[in-house]
Ligand binder design. Structure first.
Ligand code: HEM
Length: 273
């Protein structure tokens, strides 16, 4: 599953893009609220507990010491919380059918259809993911049941894309790839998009909170760190066939990045060919 222990200082990341990101996210919520915000009545208490944790975390960040939740009447608390952070948020609760996403505020997904996942189980959320049933479903159910309040975790998911936008709509996954991206111009035309994901259980309500922070870096700038570039190329060249189909742009651009990195002397051809 690729999860590692999370130091709670690194739960929510704040950087110099915060103001710009929150402006863009606020506008997305204003214009597409029904596709972004979801909260079942049974999730309200957990969302309130989450809001308290988020505000407490942000108050520990320099410059945000007096931050408060702007709770407007009629606005779900998960929406007010989402407007404070650069992360998308999903909240899951244990039901007889499994772990269900009973609330979420997902404004900037990586090519997935958010409303179709409202109120559904982890298994059904991951239905389009190759090998999920065989390799992950059982492991994840057990992992979620056993996740301890004092043992939060993080994992990363990587995508290569020619679109540097924060929000990547699901239709992009099914569109043909750009033909004008080549192994000559890929360093400027393609971005590594990392979903920095965290999971933690809330102490009172025992709901599980899943956060997704989008981190973007142009390939040219990834190449300034040869170890990271090498690791990226290596991991993408091992993608099984069905996963390559699901992660179309990542697989195709991954091969072009490899060609570019070798022909420009960033990677040793003996190691990577
Ligand atoms: C340890 C926990 C988790 C693991 C190991 C995991 C694993 C994965 C993997 C391997 C993918 C395919 C993505 C890719 O390769 O680009 C995926 C996609 C996805 N995951 Fe997870 N996931 C986890 C937790 C969650 C949680 C808690 C949620 C939300 C409630 C979630 C929502 C999704 C969604 C929406 C997709 C995209 C599905 C689509 O294409 O429609 N994941 N996950």
């Amino acid at each position: 599953m690729g999860v590692r222990p999370l130091n709670l200082d690194q739960w929510l990341l704040v950087d110099e893009d915060r103001a710009a990101d929150l402006n863009e996210i606020g506008a997305l919520i204003d214009n597409h609220r029904d596709e972004i915000i979801y909260c079942e009545p049974s999730a309200v208490t957990a969302c309130q507990e989450l809001a308290v944790e988020v505000v407490e975390h942000l108050r520990g960040v320099s410059g945000l010491n007096t931050i408060e939740l702007d709770q407007q009447p009629g606005i779900p608390v998960i929406e007010s919380t989402r407007r404070l952070v650069q992360e998308d948020i999903c909240l899951l609760q244990r039901r007889s059918e499994g772990w269900v996403m009973t609330a979420c505020a997902v404004a900037i997904p990586t090519q997935w259809d958010v409303p179709s996942k409202f109120g559904t189980t982890l298994d059904s959320i991951h239905e389009p993911v190759p090998r999920y049933d065989s390799d992950l479903s059982h492991l994840m159910g057990t992992f979620f049941d056993r996740l301890r309040v004092d043992r939060p975790v993080w994992r990363a998911n990587r995508t290569l894309t020619d679109d540097p936008s924060l929000r990547l709509a699901p239709h992009r996954r099914h569109e043909p790839l750009r033909q004008d991206v080549t192994s000559t111009n890929i360093a400027e035309r393609v971005w590594l998009r990392v979903e920095y994901q965290t999971l933690r259980r809330l102490p009172q309500t025992e709901a599980i909170v899943f956060t997704i922070r989008i981190l973007r870096q142009q390939i040219a700038s990834v190449a300034e760190h040869p170890t990271a570039l090498g690791e990226l190329v290596q991991s993408l060249s091992k993608l099984p066939k069905d996963v390559r189909g699901y992660k179309d742009s990542t697989a195709v651009y991954g091969s072009l990045v490899k060609q570019w990195a070798i022909s420009n002397g960033y990677l040793d051809p003996k190691k990577y060919e």
